[in-house]
Design a protein around this ligand. Structure first.
Ligand SMILES: NC(=O)c1ccc[n+]([C@@H]2O[C@H](COP(=O)([O-])OP(=O)(O)OC[C@H]3O[C@@H](n4cnc5c(N)ncnc54)[C@H](OP(=O)(O)O)[C@@H]3O)[C@@H](O)[C@H]2O)c1
Length: 129
């Protein structure tokens, strides 16, 4: 994740996994996580940890800068579409759905706990790069 996303987490780090924080600040300390100055290096560390843990997935969880770095290499996207129009100052880079195929789609209607309908989608790169 990017440094700003890290700083937005209330209970940090995310439990049960290695948290990698990308920053250009060489002295940055992310308690309970590993700060990293380079995306390729972060990927290498994540791959090594995944192999050690027997996991086959590395997740890039944002924000916009990190999504822009990761999208060209991503093989799977867990995409949540919320049918609302809230104000905001960070936007995901345009995805463009060419080259992706939807493998899962779950529609959740608005209800007492959420005023907006939501769609949870999984997109797989197709064909693989
Ligand atoms: N709704 C969601 O699912 C979701 C998910 C993620 C984030 N968010 C929200 O998005 C906001 C943060 O997103 P953001 O796009 O503003 O910031 P961000 O991507 O989380 O972090 C940006 C920072 O990452 C570091 N960075 C970026 N590219 C780098 C590179 N190539 N090499 C080294 N470091 C690099 C820099 O840190 P330094 O400035 O320290 O150098 C940069 O300022 C937060 O409000 C968060 O809550 C929402």
């Amino acid at each position: 994740m990017g440094r700003k996303t890290w700083e937005s987490l209330t209970r940090r780090p995310l439990p049960g996994r290695l948290n990698l924080v990308l920053t250009r600040q060489p002295e940055y300390e992310a308690e309970g996580a590993v700060a990293c100055g380079d995306f390729a290096e972060a990927l290498a560390i994540a791959r090594e940890q995944a192999a050690e843990d027997g996991k086959d997935e590395i997740c890039v969880i944002g924000g916009a800068d990190l999504f822009a770095l990761a999208l060209p290499r991503a093989l799977r996207i867990y995409l949540t579409e919320v049918d609302g129009d809230p104000a905001g100052d960070v936007t995901m880079p345009p995805l463009g759905e060419t080259g992706w195929r939807e493998t899962t789609r779950e529609v959740v209607a608005a209800g007492p706990d959420d005023e907006y309908p939501t769609v949870f989608r999984v997109l797989e790169r197709s064909p693989p790069p």
